[in-house]
Ligand binder design. Structure first.
Ligand SMILES: [Zn+2]
Length: 577
């Protein structure tokens, strides 16, 4: 850089947009050194993530050394197999010069292990070699940190969507048929582009994927997204159909791609601009994550990748996640949004009792809003039309979304007074009238007891009139017995005085086991009281537990064969079948 002021300050972000937790990336900074015209300069640290240099003269060179071994989509990683980084982990932001253009020079390490490495990013190249090493340019610091880089011997496949080039990058071992994945993603991304009006808001797009043995997650950016997934989720050559595991992968990509419109460009005022040294709180996270979560699966259906049966199963699983969370009666969506930084992103054993996810409940509110709009006798308004207009007014223009703007827009476009709807759905904690809404679309909502920890809901499978019993807790198997990881408010375990962290040894005088619990409980009836032996810390305790009926919180959806023609017609407009 040239001509720095007398004093130049630099800050490393505390968080990365898209993941609402103060991660304090400065904790991985090993050293910061400065020099000017060949002479070393003193560097003073001013606070947790700000450094300062003085009297630099004409030129200031700052060198930062960073520990990078974070394999998540939010971090930076470098070893002999792969490099990956988000700029938030590496690039100091020079105070007062955040809006100036930035050039990035990326050099291939002189190490035989890196001989086959190439670079993948959506940042604009200025002068790069065939493998992508060289100079890149960003218009400002905000853009610099919104283009992650994958640097490795990855697999790559090109496809077109919305009339512009797209790429899927897959680092990590896999045996996938990437041509098929690219064809499917092309179909999916076309559906998103059509939804928002045809022309994508970017010139190219890249999915930067990492296939792993265990892991799942994504992070959205303006012209790319980072996605981590289980390598078994990708289809092998010749594999027929779209199995649930592959649906999960496609759903993840669908979610992150929808964000290219809904949050990267249609952006809440609280993020305009991002203030990267503190929490940026908004009561609208449900609009950005919940509506995105609703459409991520609906787009799988609309693009023809899955059929209505699969869609209803995925929707039933989304319902199950909400109905299994008693915290929905304690925390509203607006509160969940506002407190994301300290609640959703800092879960503990009581999270399910005290909070509700703005992803899962937000998706249900989006669904309920869509069905409510579509149910109106005298209007053909849909949430699709609201989102298209939301895009035109806020995303396409760059106008920040104020805290009331979404609700006002829905009211204006529908010509209906939906204040009561939003009061209950967004600021209230009552359940939404979903069964009633589904009925108007020829769909029945059913509830049953969970059949075990692996039961995600969504299908009638295993539904039976016979009542199964429940401890009202979640647990983890141990070599002997099991640990309670969560205790449900008002459930049998809590009423018996058990707590998260208790190590259960025996139930009714017999060794207890998570995998055999259902069989063990089959000998009892609702209301039976049994002795439970557990360690709390290193002290052995005895509890008296009265068994309860398992709650009917596992949801499934079915087409109603006896639905009226008008309801079926409405369903066809919604689901295409
Ligand atoms: Zn998201």
């Amino acid at each position: 850089m040239e001509d720095p002021a007398e004093e130049q300050r630099f800050t490393l972000p505390s968080w990365i947009p898209g993941s609402y937790l103060l991660r304090e990336y400065s904790r991985h900074v090993v050293s910061v050194r400065a020099e000017s015209s060949g002479r070393a300069l003193a560097v003073e640290k001013l606070d947790k993530s700000t450094w300062c240099c003085r009297n630099a003269g004409a030129e200031l060179l700052v060198t930062i050394e960073v520990y990078a071994l974070d394999r998540s989509v939010r971090g930076a990683y470098l070893d002999g197999t792969r490099g990956f980084f988000n700029g938030t982990c590496l690039f100091l932001s020079p105070h007062g010069r955040e809006h100036e253009p930035v050039e990035l020079l990326l050099e291939l390490p002189e190490d035989p292990r890196c001989a086959k490495w190439r670079v993948a990013t959506a940042m604009t190249p200025v002068d790069v070699d065939a493998r992508g090493f060289g100079r890149y340019r960003a218009a400002d610091y905000d853009e610099l940190i919104d283009h992650p880089f994958e640097i490795s011997d990855y697999a790559v496949v090109d496809f077109q969507a919305g009339g512009v080039p797209h790429q899927l990058i897959v680092a990590g071992r896999h045996e996938a048929d990437l041509d098929r994945v690219a064809a499917d993603l092309s179909q999916l991304c076309d559906a998103h582009n059509d939804f928002f009006g045809g022309t994508p808001p970017f010139e190219h797009y890249r999915f930067l994927g990492l296939a792993v043995g265990e892991g799942y997650g994504g992070l959205e950016h303006r012209a790319s997204s980072s996605v981590v997934f289980n390598r078994k989720q990708l289809p092998r050559p010749g594999e027929p159909g779209v199995p649930r595991s592959y649906q999960r992968f496609l759903s993840l990509c669908s979610h992150e791609y929808f964000h290219a419109w809904n949050i990267k460009r249609i952006k809440p005022a609280a993020f305009s601009p991002y203030r990267l040294d503190r929490r940026n709180q908004t009561r609208l996270m449900w609009v950005f994550e919940g509506i995105t979560s609703y459409y991520q699966d609906l787009m799988l259906l609309r693009s023809g990748l899955i059929g209505p049966k699969d869609y209803l199963e995925r929707l039933g699983q989304a319902l199950t996640r909400v109905y299994r969370a008693p915290g929905r009666f304690k925390q509203s969506l607006a509160e969940a949004s506002f407190d994301a930084w300290d609640k959703l992103y800092k879960p503990d054993a009581n999270t399910n009792n005290a909070t509700i996810s703005y992803y899962s409940k937000g998706a249900l509110v989006a669904l309920a809003l869509d069905l409510t709009l579509r149910s109106a006798a005298d209007s053909a308004m849909t949430l699709d039309q609201v989102m298209a207009e939301f895009w035109q007014r806020f995303g396409a223009t760059g106008k920040p979304v104020g805290e009331d703007d979404f609700e006002k827009l829905v009211g204006e476009l529908s010509g209906r007074d939906l204040e009561d709807f939003f009061a209950i759905a967004v600021r209230g904690t009552e359940d939404l009238p979903l069964a009633e809404l589904f009925a108007g679309f020829g769909i029945k909502l059913g509830f049953r007891a969970a059949k075990g920890p692996e039961d995600l809901g969504g299908s009638k499978r295993g539904a039976s009139a016979e009542c199964s019993l429940s401890l009202g807790a979640r647990f983890r198997e141990r070599e002997i017995g099991m640990d309670l990881t969560q205790v449900v408010d008002g459930g049998a375990a809590q009423l018996a005085g058990l707590s998260p962290g208790d190590h259960l040894i025996a139930l009714d005088g017999l060794k207890v086991s998570a995998s055999k619990l259902t069989q063990q409980l089959a000998h009892f009836d609702e209301g039976d009281t049994v002795p439970v032996i557990a360690f709390r810390g290193d002290e052995l305790r005895e509890f008296s537990l009265t068994l309860q009926k398992a709650p009917l919180t596992t949801c499934f959806l079915e087409f109603d064969d006896e639905a009226e023609a008008a309801d079926v017609a409405r369903r066809e407009l919604w689901l295409g079948s």
